[in-house]
Ligand binder design. Sequence first.
Ligand code: NAP
Length: 246
Amino acid sequence: MTELDGQVAIVSGASRGIGEAIARSLSEAGCSVACVARDAARAAAVADTLESEGRGYACDVSDPAACADLVAAVDGELGPVDILVNNAGITRDNVLVRLKDEDWQTVMDTNLRGAFNTTRAVARGMMKRRAGRIINIASVVGLTGNRGQANYAASKAGLVGFSKSVALELASRGVLVNVVAPGFIETDMTSDLPEEARVALFERIPLGRLGRPEDVAGVVRFLAGPAAAYMTGQVLVVDGGMVMNG
Ligand code: NAP
């Protein structure tokens, strides 16, 4: 018996990187996991190798109708959704004056609107059942800003405001909403960092290494579980101590 036995989780962006590690971690905790990505085959490849029941779903989270269909399909095939992890995210980096309208819009549509689309789609059911966990994956750059990432940082800062607002709205119905803000984690998203930039980063990270996807997944598992029953509207920073607030 594990702490999330019998629960159903949706993890967006679960075909690789942080999302894959989150799917594996929730599966080890006993969840049935719906692994979501635009690439159906890659989502299914992760789902098929999970410890508990898993299913791959193709869905572009920036499409509201697709998100409503996704939640209905998961409800029918795995059961009502107990846990939603909004992890799908992209970057389109450039300095402000070279940032194209499309770079701004695509990042907003995926990172911020995507979370709105899926959250709205699961909210009614969770409210009715008077239980649910929603965990949104933001980024430390949404808290601090970052050169060359005005679009990405704005989307992640927006996700924090969105999460706190929804946390306030849903608290009385037993639905808890929290944010995890990772620092630099070793995934495809950060794989093109030049060696010099990596070395410079180590200097800024007190724990002296980049994060691993599992470092984020462990915190998500905690937020999804019984130990976090009295937490909502919080932002947990997972960055090796790089940013210390407060
Ligand atoms: P990644 O390796 O690039 O993986 C991104 C995942 O999101 C893939 O599964 C991708 O699959 C999916 N995805 C992208 N656009 C999507 C869409 N429109 N609809 C559905 N799925 C979509 O990224 P990662 O590094 O694991 O990052 C995961 C999350 O953590 C992101 O929100 C990112 O902003 C955040 N984060 C990452 C870091 C880091 O250092 N890596 C730091 C802070 C925050 P498809 O391409 O098949 O759709």
